[in-house]
Design a binder for this molecule. Structure first.
Ligand code: GDP
Length: 241
């Protein structure tokens, strides 16, 4: 840093030293952020193949890779997100029919990470009983899967965190399953409303012990947030050879 004015006292000197240190740190942070984004991009250039759909717990595949599961209310945009993330048009089946996909679907990403598509929960009026059914179906998977590294819990940006999401978050907290909030359909939230939506969601997440502190704001239509989500998932994958 160039000093253009004389320093009045030692406090100013230490402030400048601090700013210099922060400057170095922020450069380091920028470099590591760029490296993470690149690692995420590279991971998702790998082949993504459908492994199997498990209709019941007995059909789960042998754990072989670290797993990241995707969960959310029906119609939250989960299939669209998985397709956008993996640059595929229809690896995950998009559907306007709530509850159509009841299987737990496993995808192998470059033999480095397994993406797990969980059935949607909590559609419309029957949310409470659906959540119970949903948790019954997959709680054993979530609790007993040693290779499960994180659940991406998808939240519709236009709707925010709803009662059924809260219930799932509590269940995951209780089971000590780490999860990260991934907000979908962010393109549908007007720029002028985004700050308010973000602070509401952050406030709701704060008391949840198993929630990752960083949220990711995505759109499967514009691709916003995909590089950041890929980077976050790359930190959980087996390292590139
Ligand atoms: P799923 O039931 O959670 O798998 O949801 P889908 O991926 O089938 O999406 C449900 C509906 O939301 C479909 O009509 C999608 O086209 C729409 N949708 C999904 N993601 C986005 C998004 O990021 N932006 C917008 N505008 N629409 C989306």
């Amino acid at each position: 840093m160039l000093l253009t004015t004389p320093l009045n006292n030692i406090d100013e000197l230490s402030v400048l030293a601090e700013q210099e240190r922060e400057g170095v740190c922020s450069m380091d942070a920028e470099k590591s952020n760029a490296a993470n984004l690149e690692a995420g991009r590279l991971l998702f250039t790998q082949h993504c193949t459908f492994m199997l759909g498990a209709p019941s717990m007995a059909d789960l595949p042998q754990p072989s890779l670290p797993e990241v599961a995707f969960a959310g209310r029906s119609n939250v945009g989960k299939s669209s997100l998985i397709n956008a993330l993996t640059n595929r048009k229809s690896i995950a089946r998009t559907s306007n029919t709530p509850g159509r996909t009841q299987e737990v679907n496993f995808f192998d990403l470059g033999e480095r990470l397994c993406l797990v598509d969980l059935p949607g929960y909590g559609y419309a009026r029957v949310s409470r009983s659906r959540v119970k059914q949903w948790t019954g179906l997959i709680m054993n998977y979530l609790k007993g899967r040693a290779v499960l590294r994180r659940v991406c819990l998808l939240i519709d940006g236009r709707r925010g965190i709803m009662d059924s999401d809260e219930e799932v978050m509590k269940t995951l907290d209780d089971a000590a399953v780490a999860y990260q909030i991934v907000v979908t359909k962010w393109d549908k939230v007007k720029p002028g409303k985004r700050d308010a939506v973000q602070s509401t969601i952050r406030g709701q997440i704060a008391p949840h012990v198993a929630a990752h502190p960083q949220q990711i704001w995505t759109s499967s239509i514009t691709g916003e947030g995909m590089p950041e989500l890929r980077a976050a998932l790359a930190t959980l994958a087996i390292s590139a050879p």
